[in-house]
Design a protein around this ligand. Structure first.
Ligand SMILES: [Cu+2]
Length: 133
């Protein structure tokens, strides 16, 4: 079992938490956001880097635990079209790397759920970006 498989099982367990608890948790982490560092992504396999920052001040936040990551084409009304997301080792504090394998050009959404050190809530973050032909 890979680390990421285990991480995803934790994510699945957390998804059964009552909806209200999730809403409450999100308020605790509203001060944080993931930002896409890479801009050019093409169909196939692409290694990308995300920066996790505190919105006020923009300082990088290390050691967050991303327990769920889903890539789909919801922005182009193809929510059921998903593509693999693989977590890669981080190379610097506050940077989180993934291998994405989008199958076609168009607009994609990366949905992340993460725990932040010292915060009790769950950060729920959706990033949309264009995959160029
Ligand atoms: Cu599609």
């Amino acid at each position: 079992m890979t680390l990421f498989t285990r991480v995803r099982r934790v994510g699945a367990a957390l998804l059964v938490l009552p909806w209200l608890a999730l809403q409450e948790a999100r308020a605790d982490t509203a001060d944080y956001a993931f930002q896409l560092v890479d801009k050019a992504i093409h169909p196939g396999a692409a290694d990308i880097a995300l920066r996790l920052v505190k919105k006020a001040g923009g300082e990088p936040i290390p050691d967050a635990v991303i327990f769920s990551a889903r890539l789909d084409m919801a922005p182009d009304h193809m929510e059921t079209m998903t593509a693999p997301v693989e977590a890669l080792p981080s190379t610097e504090p506050g940077i989180y790397r993934f291998k994405l394998s989008p199958s076609m050009a168009g607009n994609w959404r990366l949905s992340l759920r993460a725990k932040i050190q010292g915060e009790t809530g769950t950060l729920s973050s959706d990033l949309t970006f264009k995959v160029e032909p």
